[in-house]
Ligand binder design. Sequence first.
Ligand SMILES: [Zn+2]
Length: 340
Amino acid sequence: MTDAQKERYSRQILFPEIGEAGQERLLSAHVAIVGCGALGSFQAGALARAGTGILTIIDRDYVEPSNLQRQWLFDEADAAQSLPKAVAAERCLRKVNSEIQVSGIVNDLTPSNVDELLASADLILDGTDNFETRYLLNDYSVSRGIPWIYGAAVASYGLVMPVLPGRSACLRCVYPDPPGGSQPTCDTAGVLNVITAAVASLQVADALQILCGRSEQLRPHITTIDVWNGSIRRLNQPPRDPECPACGKGNYEFLSGEGRPPISLCGRNAVQIHERTRPVDLRQLADTLSPLGEVRANEFALRFFPAPYELTVFPDGRAIIKGTTDIGVARSLYARYVGS
Ligand SMILES: [Zn+2]
């Protein structure tokens, strides 16, 4: 460590559980943050300031005005330009800490790209808003021996659970299958910005213990917190389940789940089409669509507004169709305006 680094990180080096040795480890660590919404943007900001050597931020979405209430890395200009969150996050964090490597990746984590995107990570933080990705993360983490930290928040409450492969229960030991039916989401039940910060803080605290070489002290836990009534409870995780499909039997269904269907986004009245075999020339598509109505395009995304819907197309062929949860309608709009 240089003298400048010792000064920069002096306040956490003074914290004896980190110290110089822990800081050295942190400076050479690689953390992947999957999802850069409220949880992910807080995690990324905290880890960048703490001096995490390499940060990879993966997000498929773009900044909207309704994100600004709780997504700490973004500003009004990002929302006005509909910048991809991964791009806006990278730009912001480069100004926060120019000495670390930050890369924002505009992509949707899927079974086919998870190895390419996460293989070199020492630790994975959950900043997602959906169970499909969490179960994929769990399979990947358990099969590769990379710790990950589950976190979720809605309304005023949230939950944190670290998964330490080989040592603690995994997500499927505790919740064998993703929840069925409709679940409260930030878009239906609302969310306070302080619960997202609290959950992300607990996730980062666990991450720092692991990254600084203190994972032996990290007791496998499930922590629930409600910031409105001030309650916080930390329970011991149940033991590993020998019948667990993932960590017990080594059956990684979510990791091998090729050809999965389009998914509905986090209760927000939108469907995503995972079409990635045909890259789209956004400039050309803008020319095609502009006679039909308003088109906004930059190098990262194209938005088109066939009322009452809103179509956002990305260069890899992926699209988000807002205004419906009907996969058939979404497919039809994609076929009509992008091509099938
Ligand atoms: Zn398990």
